[in-house]
Design a protein around this ligand. Structure first.
Ligand code: SF4
Length: 418
């Protein structure tokens, strides 16, 4: 097909195989229908490296976000607790997981969790984000022994105790512990405000030899989709997400976003979708793989918004694109995720969190308004009581104002829930 050259109404040139009118009509149809469907999404995605196409997608996504979320962008003041950095998987891009004999190997005791929680409370944090490796007890005898010394059979049992203690100390736990079974989620639910698992990708291709998930059985898309469904059956507010730049192609990205949307449609439990770029780590086998450009990242945030529709909470982590926050604010996101004043992003320790005041200033400069949220969103907390254990909901409501956002950052989780 010959490449076309056309012009935007604003006068910007649009070069590519899709004419400006084609793109604008696909996006207008998506806005009218409330969502971008798979076939036009794949069609657009193949041209996202063209400046004019990208700009049209950003404009459409911004309008879609405005219809569902107005000028609000939220953030959760959290503390990141890496309960264990042991993991049975070996993702080719991961520097978080270490071997048990590494000097950096660490599993937090309950006492250590409570120490972290106490300092987080003093800093006004509400969310205790428990992020950890997946089922290390299957791979490591030493970890099984560590658990057994404490009367525990699994990391999930240890996590449940940690969440119970953190909740008792006034925090609202959010759990991201890899693929959990339905019984494990059931045990966690009375102590957690929400749970999550990045779907990452539906591509089974990435499990082949030489690909990012070749040695990561828990990255089997079927297992991850199953956990999403089971969380829906248990009525758990659930965070999902897509990981970009790990070897997937445009069609697979669209398929992943559509799969998340289908789960959200079926169970109405998906509270947010993270659009996360792969961030290369020097000590990993993907250390030399180029990351996505910020323009491509923003374009895929915009695609996620258009595919998922105006009501979904779409999040991009600000520490992975600190020089492009203004661009991301034009891409239809309405959430920055968790930002911690007291802890690292242990998954991406090379990427410090932006200061919250600076984040508020830059959000405001882009014509939007930063608000602090809990690890659940107002529409779920206020409108979907069935998604919560009643005790967790009471604690969350005590921390929220009447709009469902965090009552006051100075109140902090501990002070309000104690
Ligand atoms: S990315 Fe997650 S599942 Fe993969 S090795 Fe790291 S901790 Fe384990």
């Amino acid at each position: 097909m010959p490449r076309l050259t056309t012009r935007h109404s604003s006068g910007r040139a649009l070069c590519g195989t899709l004419a400006q009118r084609d793109i604008e009509s696909l996006i207008a149809e998506a806005l009218a229908a409330g969502r971008l469907e798979s076939a036009p999404a794949v069609r657009i995605a193949r041209h996202l490296d063209e400046a004019g196409v990208r700009e049209a997608v950003l404009e459409g996504a911004r309008e879609c976000k405005r219809r569902g979320k107005g000028d609000t962008v939220s953030v959760s003041r959290n503390v990141f607790i890496p309960l264990t950095n042991l993991c049975r998987d070996r993702c080719a891009y991961c520097s978080f997981a270490v071997l048990p004999d590494s000097p950096e190997a660490r599993t937090y005791t309950i006492e250590e969790v409570l120490d972290v929680v106490a300092s987080a409370r003093r800093a006004g944090c509400i969310e205790a984000l428990f992020c950890l490796g997946d089922k290390p007890e299957i791979a490591y005898r030493t970890h099984r022994a560590w658990l057994a010394q404490r009367g525990l059979r699994s990391t999930a049992e240890h996590l449940t105790r940690a969440c119970r203690e953190a909740f008792g100390a006034g925090m609202l736990p959010h759990v991201n512990a890899g693929v959990l079974g339905i019984g494990e989620m059931e045990a966690l639910r009375p102590w957690c405000a929400s749970m999550g698992l990045m779907l990452e990708t539906t591509s089974r291709r990435l499990r082949r030899r030489g690909m990012a998930h070749a040695y990561a059985p828990d990255k089997d898309p079927a297992a991850r989709l199953r956990m999403h469904r089971e969380a829906g059956e248990l009525r758990i507010p659930f965070t999902s997400g897509i990981l970009l730049g790990i070897g997937e192609d445009e069609r697979e990205r669209v398929e992943t976003l559509i799969a998340i949307r289908e789960l959200a449609d079926r169970y109405a439990h998906i509270q947010e979708v993270i659009v996360q770029p792969f961030h290369p780590k020097a000590n990993t086998s993907m250390g030399n793989v180029a990351p996505l450009s910020t323009g491509t990242l923003a374009a895929w945030v915009a695609m996620a918004r258009l595919i998922l529709g105006p009501e979904m909470n779409v999040q991009a982590p600000p520490n992975l694109a600190t020089d492009a926050l203004e661009l991301l604010l034009r891409s239809g996101l309405n959430d920055w995720g968790g930002v911690s004043p007291v802890s690292l992003d242990y998954i991406n320790p090379e990427a410090p969190w932006p200061d919250l005041q600076e984040l508020a200033r830059r959000t405001r400069a882009a014509g939007q308004r930063l608000v602090e949220r809990l690890p659940v969103y107002p529409e779920h907390l206020l409108g979907r009581p069935d998604l919560f254990d009643p005790r967790v909901r009471r604690a969350a409501l005590a921390l929220a104002d009447r709009t469902g956002y965090a009552r006051s950052r100075r109140a902090g989780a501990g002070q309000a829930a104690a």
